[in-house]
Design a protein around this ligand. Structure first.
Ligand code: ATP
Ligand code: MG
Length: 174
């Protein structure tokens, strides 16, 4: 099973559901026999989705980040290095064409924080093999990237339990 043509998706906005939408798509794709690869930028914590997809055959998740908040004004060198490594890895995985669905989780934030250059991500998107479906998630997706995408969804926060003081919950938020 493979796709005839792959499209480019962007899930952005301030509401909850960007990463989980990408994971849901990955689950559906894996069920259909497609090979799925997710690269998580700026994340180093062992999110529960990693435990879940380890039980699946066609779904791989790798992380390029630390289990720490990255400072937008003053990112650590290690944060820049990891994001750059992640982008290089993404390039290899996409160009190989071995994976049908490639998800670059939080790449939009990595661009916004200047950990990776917009022009490098644009190049990656432009040069993707025809058959690869590519998903880019994260707040603050740049206009130019959205212009080059086929499917753009903005999650809009109407309500979130965080506003009531409910902190992140295992199994729901991580
Ligand atoms: P999820 O991973 O749950 O799909 P997301 O990818 O849309 O969320 P991010 O911007 O990546 O959200 O934020 C990461 C963390 O912040 C997640 O734990 C998420 O549940 C939480 N979060 C998302 N949206 C909000 C919000 N509007 N207010 C507070 N916390 C949020
Ligand atoms: Mg997210």
């Amino acid at each position: 099973m493979s796709l005839k043509k792959g499209y480019i998706h962007i899930y952005t906005g301030n509401g909850k559901g960007k990463t989980t939408a990408a994971l849901g798509l990955g689950l559906r794709a894996a069920g259909a026999g497609l090979k799925v690869y997710m690269i998580q930028f700026m994340k180093g914590r062992r999110y529960s989705e990693i435990d879940a997809v380890e039980q699946l055959q066609n779904f791989t998740i790798v992380q390029f980040g630390r289990d720490e908040f990255v400072s937008k004004e003053n990112p650590e060198q290690i944060d820049v290095d990891l994001a750059q490594k992640g982008l290089k890895h993404a390039e290899e995985i996409i160009k190989k064409g071995e994976y049908d669905l490639v998800i670059l989780d939080e790449i939009n934030v990595a661009i916004d924080f200047n950990l990776v250059a917009l022009k490098d991500v644009l190049k990656l998107v432009e040069e993707k093999p025809e058959k690869v479906e590519l998903v880019l998630t994260g707040r603050y997706a740049p206009q130019e990237l959205m212009k080059n995408a086929d499917l753009v969804t903005e999650m809009l926060e109407i309500k979130h339990p965080f506003q009531k003081g409910v902190l992140a919950r295992k199994g729901i938020d991580y």
